[in-house]
Design a protein around this ligand. Structure first.
Ligand code: XMP
Length: 523
């Protein structure tokens, strides 16, 4: 892999993604990892990321010079660049000019023969964010570029294959940023662009077969992108040894169960066990209005249902004589790379809502995990899904919370209320799709304010119905979000259709709150 050494900024993930966009596999490692451990991963190249510290500060992360002696090509970016300069005997100092945002760099005449900036225009706009600057390059390095605030804005030592730049090539505002990264990867490090969805699948299939052998595997399928693609991948590897369990908790949207039951099975041929547990869930939710209580109940019931289903799968397999060792040994989870990076990185984030992940592991079920997507970002998962033939309707599905419509009915959850919300939600989704907005928005929860009533007039009569809230948001990662500025005519159509078609609803309102302060879901 190409290792991206994380110096603590938000940029490491972005760098890793850009490397993968260049069809080269990358992995993020913390800067605290000892050099021997990094080298033990047999890296094809190493990229040192930016970071918030100053190389002078006490306790600022430093870079072990041994990293540069291993013969592995290295690119330092921003803090990584300064740290590299410092480790190799260059000088880093404060210029007094802080460069932030779009900056022009002058590419030095000699750079055009180099690997990193060869063929670059002599002036280019790059994105900077730094207070310290490299003032003198270490011995053996050629200075490739300068800017007002950076006497040395980029350098390289082609012989040792060491490169560095003060600006952030991973940020789109650096006009030729991706080109510079690719020059480093292809020319500087001699790598080939051969990391493609097809290769990812082939690699995973082989790995899964090896790990699983003849054992049985189970997967909690939610119908979302991640669990679906994970299941399709495992299915490709081991076929009938996999059983997917889809729990219908009665809190699904219109058409959802059908999509999984019909489309997904048709496309993948997977063994699917659908459990209709709606009675149980609704009974458990009776009289409950507190959001956290609802979430806990749904989570608990999910685990119970899933456990029961797992036992049935084992019993059925036993009856057929296809169980090895008498139990299901593995559980497939659709864990993605950002979760992996985040759980290894900063912990202790406040628990805003107790997220119930439908693929979540019941703790007392002793499965070994198969997480075939744990090295992938979301867009890569989608590419793999398409390559595997997972239906587009699933691959491009917007996020939908595990607790489903249960947390979009404000008040008690009942069968009747679910029907009202389901009808309104189906209309909103249909119109958004018709308007071609599905990929512009992150998702658009429709929320039923079941305990609120307002007066309306329809036909010649007075109505006293409930409002539904449209909550269209745009977001990159759901950590922050903004309300989407949907076209008025689309909103008007949704509102008209809902109030005409759903008798219990006589008002449609728009949520214009960003996150923070509002969360995306209402509960
Ligand atoms: P919030 O409401 O916290 O939602 O801003 C952020 C994103 O997470 C989704 N969400 C969930 N997903 N289980 C899930 O799998 C959950 O319990 C859950 N709660 C919220 C929400 O739809 C949004 O995309």
């Amino acid at each position: 892999p190409v290792l991206v050494v994380d110096y603590g900024a938000q940029y490491a993930q972005l760098i890793a993604r850009r490397v993968r966009e260049a069809s080269v596999y990358s992995e993020i490692v913390p800067h605290s990892m000892p050099v021997e451990q990094m080298l033990a991963k047999d890296p094809a190249a190493i990229i040192l990321s930016g970071g918030p510290s100053s190389v002078y500060e006490d306790g600022a992360p430093s870079t072990d010079p041994a990293l540069f002696d291993a013969g592995v090509p290295v690119l330092g970016i921003c803090y990584g660049f300064q740290s590299m300069a410092q480790a190799l005997g260059g000088t880093v100092a404060r210029t007094g000019t802080r460069e932030y945002g779009g900056t022009i760099v002058d590419v030095a005449p000699g750079a055009s023969d180099g690997a990193l900036l060869g063929g670059s225009p002599v002036k280019q706009t790059v994105w900077m964010s730094h207070g310290d600057s490299v003032h003198a390059a270490p011995d053996g390095f050629t200075v490739l570029a300068t800017s007002d605030g950076s006497p040395v804005a980029a350098f390289e030592d082609r012989r040792r294959r060491l490169y560095g730049m003060q600006w952030h090539p991973e940020v789109k505002h650096s006009v030729l940023g991706q080109e510079a990264l690719e020059r480093f990867l292809y020319d500087g490090a001699g790598l080939r662009p051969d990391w493609t969805p097809g290769n990812v699948i082939a690699e995973q299939v082989e790995a899964i077969r090896e790990v699983v052998g003849q054992d049985r595997v189970i997967c909690a399928l939610s119908g979302g992108v991640d669990s679906s693609v994970a299941a399709a991948l495992v299915q490709k590897a081991i076929g009938d040894q996999l059983t997917c369990v889809f729990v219908d908790h009665g809190l699904l949207r219109a058409g959802e169960a059908e999509q999984v039951e019909q489309d997904f099975v048709a496309a993948t041929g997977v063994n699917l066990k659908v459990v209709d547990a709606s009675e149980t869930f609704l009974a458990a939710l009776q009289g409950v209005t507190d959001p956290e209580a609802k979430r806990k109940i749904i989570g608990r019931e999910f685990i119970r249902t899933f456990e029961q289903a797992a036992r049935e799968v084992v019993a059925e397999a036993d009856a057929e004589g296809t169980t090895v060792g008498g139990a299901v040994k593995f559980l497939v989870q659709g864990t993605l790379y950002p979760d992996v990076v985040e759980s290894g990185g900063g912990e202790g984030a406040a628990n805003i809502k107790s997220h119930h992940n439908v693929g979540g592991l019941p703790e007392d079920l002793h499965f070994e995990l198969i997480e075939p997507l744990r090295t992938l970002f979301k867009d890569e998962v989608r590419a793999v899904g398409l390559e595997l033939g997972v239906p587009e309707g699933i691959v491009w599905r917007q996020p939908f919370p595990g607790p489903g419509l249960g947390i979009r009915i404000i008040g008690e959850v009942t069968r009747e209320r679910l029907e009202v919300l389901r009808a309104a939600d189906a209309i909103a989704r249909e119109e958004l799709t018709k308007a071609g907005l599905d990929r512009d928005i992150w998702q658009c929860p429709v929320v039923l304010l079941a305990d609120v009533r307002s007066v309306g007039v329809q036909g010649d009569g007075r109505t006293y119905g409930h409002p539904v809230v449209l909550r269209p948001v745009s977001s990159e990662d759901a950590m922050t979000a903004d309300w989407s500025r949907l076209p008025y005519d689309v909103l008007a159509t949704i509102s008209n259709r809902i109030t005409n078609a759903v008798p219990e609803v006589n008002r449609v309102v728009l949520d214009v709150t960003s996150k923070p302060p509002g969360t995306i879901e209402w509960e």
